[in-house]
Design a protein around this ligand. Structure first.
Ligand SMILES: [Fe+2]
Length: 146
């Protein structure tokens, strides 16, 4: 699979986005400690209503959360996730880019992920985020473990 691919799936309503944002502060036990070490990254579990909708309409294999990134993420690999689905709620600024790197940290691909779109993203290869000016938020689920 490519490093990052946009996928066509149903959009969320404004009410669903509000509901997702209201989940910020919920149990963050799933936060990837390896990522937390390199930057501010947090993960909050979504409520039952959103879990149900996302499981019915998008992907049912794992628990869904909302992630917050408040500053650039240095190159890292996610510890227990091979690939994840992301739905961007707030992009964190016009200049935000996601990069994929080889094992020497050279950038091999740069993408701009847009608000309101779904992406399939490989996270067991080195990746980073630059240009974060405001809080970047996305709904996310793991689809393959390592
Ligand atoms: Fe990551």
């Amino acid at each position: 699979m490519r490093y990052c691919t946009e996928i066509k799936l149903p959009s969320l309503s404004d009410e669903q986005i509000k509901s997702a944002i209201s989940c910020i502060g919920n149990n963050g036990a799933n936060t990837d400690e390896e990522v937390r070490m390199v930057s501010f990254y947090e993960w909050y579990k979504l409520n039952d209503e959103l879990q149900f909708w996302l499981h019915e309409n998008i992907y049912a294999g794992d628990c869904w959360g909302i992630q917050e990134v408040r500053e650039n993420l240095l190159p890292h690999k996610d510890r227990n996730t091979g690939t994840r689905i992301l739905y961007i709620i707030d992009d964190g600024g016009d200049e935000v880019r996601t990069h994929f790197h080889d094992d020497d940290k050279n950038i091999i691909l740069t993408v701009k992920m847009e608000v309101g779109k779904w992406y399939l993203m490989k996270t067991d290869v080195m990746h980073s985020v630059t240009g974060v000016e405001s809080i970047r938020r996305a709904l996310t689920v793991r689809i393959f473990s390592r």
